[in-house]
Structures are given as structure tokens and as C-alpha cells.
Write a new protein. Structure first.
Length: 175
């Protein structure tokens, strides 16, 4: 008789049907800083908030891989190789930006000199199973530190049993 019970994997449906355990982290990023937030278990949902207050407009970049967050990497075909076509450039002038912005305008109006004005959305909740996320103050327009808050609902599934999320292993759109 074996005493080694099988561990739950990321497709263990029952673990997503029960209430999750809370996981909260708050901090701040200096101008240009990138930080990886690792979760001890796979998430059931995640809420990310740009917690900047005051008179300054701020933008927190959120990505699922470090390359996706950088917005400057090459155009990959999802199988680890580069594609021959020219990479697409978004309105912010970045190539393959596989991230989104959480903008807190703090009562500021749009800046006419900037061609792209992201809509104000300082918080987002996503029902995703993740083992980590990447946050960045890459725009560096906060004149100091950019505060953030992350609230996640954790399953009982260990992160080591999860699929590694990268753009080179077939997960297109993450970087």
C-alpha cells in the first residue's frame, strides 16, 4: 500500500470550485523598476490596483512574463522561432506589448502632446490561474515611487505543478 498520494494539478477542477484563500501584497516601484510577484499556489483570481494618490497621473504596467512586459522584444511565432514579418507597433511605439496599463489619472486631464491616452482604470480583477505576474513602473513618470496592491485568491494547488507560462512554449500573447 502506497502512502504517497497524488498531488493536485492545475486542471483539478474541484480546487477552483471552493472558496480560495486570500493572498495580499502591497508595495511600491521606483521609476523604471520591474518586479516579479510569485504566488505559493496557483491563483483562482487576481486583482491588481494602481494605488497612486495625489495630483500626479500614473501608469502601472502589468504583464505575465518579463519579455511581455518589456514591450521591446522580437516577433515570435509561438514555437520559439522568430517570424519573418515586421513586428507590429502599437500606439505607444512599443513592439509586441503583451501587457496592459492600470492608469490612475488623479483628476488630471489628457496630455495633448502624447498621441496615446490610455483610459483611466486603476484596478482590474481577472479570473486567471497564475503562478506569477510582473509589475513595472516602466513609464517612470511618477517622480518617485508608484504604490501598488495585489490581491489574489489561492487554490490548494502547488505552483510547482503548474505549466510554465512563456511565449516560446506556445502561449501566444504573453511575451
Amino acid at each position: 500500500m502506497s502512502l504517497k498520494w497524488p498531488e493536485a494539478g492545475e486542471f483539478s477542477v474541484g480546487h477552483y470550485q471552493v472558496s480560495s484563500r486570500p493572498y495580499v501584497i502591497a508595495g511600491s516601484l521606483s521609476d523604471g523598476e520591474v518586479r516579479e510577484i510569485n504566488f505559493p499556489q496557483i491563483t483562482q483570481f487576481i486583482t491588481i490596483r494602481n494605488a497612486m494618490t495625489g495630483a500626479l497621473m500614473s501608469a502601472l504596467s502589468v504583464g505575465f512574463t518579463q519579455l511581455g512586459l518589456s514591450g521591446t522584444h522580437g516577433n515570435f511565432d509561438g514555437r520559439g522561432g522568430e517570424m519573418n514579418q515586421a513586428p507590429a507597433v502599437n500606439p505607444m511605439g512599443l513592439v509586441n506589448n503583451n501587457f496592459f496599463l492600470l492608469v490612475n489619472k488623479n483628476n488630471q486631464t489628457d496630455v495633448p502632446s502624447q498621441p496615446y491616452q490610455p483610459p483611466e482604470n486603476p484596478e482590474r480583477t481577472l479570473p486567471l490561474r497564475l503562478t506569477s505576474i510582473f509589475l513595472s513602473n516602466s513609464r517612470g513618470d511618477n517622480h518617485g515611487r508608484l504604490p501598488f496592491e495585489v490581491i489574489a485568491g489561492l487554490t490548494e494547488i502547488n505552483s510547482k505543478n503548474a505549466f510554465k507560462l512563456t511565449g516560446s512554449n506556445g502561449c501566444l500573447g504573453v511575451g
